[in-house]
Design a protein around this ligand. Structure first.
Ligand SMILES: C[S@@+](CC[C@H](N)C(=O)[O-])C[C@H]1O[C@@H](n2cnc3c(N)ncnc32)[C@H](O)[C@@H]1O
Length: 260
């Protein structure tokens, strides 16, 4: 079953209404509409957003090409990406951390227990400060080989997270930096790739603009998946020009938020 079907059902069963995958033009241009929010009693529960539907689909496609053994997620919020990855990568262990003392950690662990996801653990911890300790307690046998970096989104933090985690990660790990385009830190991820011999690939077709750093050993197996969620930079830049100079505006004028 598609992970979106299972995920939405899980969060609804614990009492949330879920908003995800909306088209911004349907909600007065709200740019965060594609991302995931939980609602309780008609209000957004916690400000942080979970990954978008297309990003779940990307992870599912990735799982068909390659299965990690140990995933570290920096930035858990309410566990949307962590629960998803526990189901998408059933043979991997998933450790999700969040700096906030939050009900999100408890919620994630409760869902893991309810759903029999014994490969998932969420803990309150911060990157970079707690990484060495976490590696000693959780990654001494199996190094992290998929890093999903989705905490504070900035050039500086990308470098700090990478420097803290890399010594404890598998040298052949795949790195995914969420929001690299939306938060303008694509160039910082590219520099990390250059310095460490990892292949840099922005995923233009993901709503947040995920940036991947890929070890040479994985390039052949994951390239078709990355390409499907990247396309060409030329096509992406063409659409940006359309948006910037108005052709897209004319094209979309008939699709403005309808009165309903
Ligand atoms: C965008 S949300 C994560 C969403 C989550 N990955 C998902 O898709 O379901 C970002 C989270 O990162 C946490 N965070 C920010 N800086 C952090 C850090 N340095 N270490 C750990 N967590 C951090 C915030 O508390 C927030 O809950």
């Amino acid at each position: 079953m598609a992970v979106l079907v299972r995920l939405t059902s899980i969060y609804e069963r614990v009492g949330f209404d879920v908003s995800t995958g909306l088209n911004p033009t349907h909600v007065y241009g709200e740019p965060v509409a594609p991302f995931t929010y939980l609602l309780k009693d008609g209000e957004i529960w916690k400000a942080a957003a979970g990954i978008a539907v297309q990003e779940l689909y990307f992870l599912e496609a990735l799982a068909e090409a390659w299965q990690p053994r140990h995933v570290l997620i920096v930035g858990n919020a309410f566990g949307w990406s962590a629960v998803a990855m526990a189901m998408i990568f059933p043979r991997a262990r998933i450790l999700a951390i969040d700096a906030a003392a939050s009900e999100g950690i408890d919620l994630t662990n409760r869902i893991a227990a309810n759903e029999g996801l014994d490969n998932l653990l969420a803990v309150q911890a911060s990157s970079p400060g707690d990484i060495a300790q976490l590696a000693a307690s959780h990654a001494h046998q199996t190094a992290w080989d998929l890093l999903f970096i989705d905490g504070e989104h900035s050039k500086e933090q990308a470098a700090v997270d990478f420097a803290a985690i890399r010594p404890h990660a598998d040298p052949e790990a795949l790195w995914l930096f969420h929001d690299a385009i939306s938060f303008s830190y694509l160039d910082a991820v590219e520099r990390l790739g250059e310095k460490s011999g990892l292949v840099f690939q922005p995923l233009w077709r993901t709503p947040s603009g995920i940036a991947a750093l890929v070890p040479q050993s994985l390039v052949t197996s994951v390239a078709p998946v990355l390409h499907a969620f990247a396309g060409s930079e030329q096509a992406f830049r063409h659409m940006r020009r359309l948006g910037r100079f108005g052709a897209g505006e004319r094209l979309l004028s008939g699709l403005r938020c309808p009165e309903i």
